[in-house]
Design a protein around this ligand. Structure first.
Ligand code: FES
Ligand code: FES
Length: 203
């Protein structure tokens, strides 16, 4: 017969590390959280603030689903601790546009049918905004290369590329009007441009 012995209270392991107060500036608003210091920015957004537009895919910096913008630069929020981002301007997909006034990238993704399940889409759009902010990509090959950290298991790469190229081209020409939607049927039918290779995952 076995006995379970309760350890004296003063011998119990001390518990969990204390939490700490962190104030994050997200989409123009301050949020003060009481969180464990090892909480990632991704978990702070999703589990504490209900900002679930940012997705958790691999949780290891491999898929890009968790991409957000910090001071205008794209980062994998699963690889950043929330406490590291105090004082930064954090922008998530919820802060990029509204239902009534979509961000040009959001509109372009719709127009080009640039998603299927949509799980990677917030990360793709935030990453594309970071790409535009960087100002380094000009060609399809450069966009493919610089978006290669964002994986899409549905394989919507040609349409994602098409959407990003449209916004990039419009920004470069100073055109705010998006192109007419005559291509939508073609993309919706799953057609791909023969000269567009799929984006390869980052090695
Ligand atoms: S969830 Fe962050 S890179 Fe995959
Ligand atoms: S649209 Fe499904 S993972 Fe990209």
């Amino acid at each position: 017969m076995s006995h379970i012995t309760q350890a004296p209270l003063d011998r119990l392991p001390v518990a969990l590390a204390p939490t700490q107060s962190v104030t994050l500036h997200i989409n123009g608003q301050d949020h003060t959280l009481q969180i464990a210091p090892w909480t990632t920015l991704l978990d702070a957004l999703r589990e504490y603030l209900d900002l679930t537009g940012t997705k958790k895919g691999c949780d290891h910096g491999q898929c890009g689903a968790c991409t957000v913008l910090v001071d205008g630069k794209r980062i994998n929020s699963c690889l950043s601790l929330a406490v590291m981002q105090e004082g930064s301007e954090i922008q998530t997909i919820e802060g990029l546009g509204t239902e009534e006034n979509l961000h040009p990238l959001q509109q372009a993704f719709i127009d080009h049918d640039a998603f299927q399940c949509g799980y990677c889409t917030p990360g793709q759009i935030c990453s594309a905004q970071g790409l535009l902010n960087e100002g380094k990509a000009r060609t399809e090959a450069e966009v493919r290369e610089l978006m290669s950290g964002n994986l899409c298991r549905c394989g919507a790469y040609p349409n994602i590329l098409s959407a990003v190229m449209e916004v990039l081209t419009n920004e470069e020409s100073g055109t705010k009007n998006l192109k007419p939607k005559e291509d939508v049927g073609q993309w919706a039918a799953g057609a791909t441009k023969p000269d567009m290779a799929p984006v390869e995952p980052a090695k």
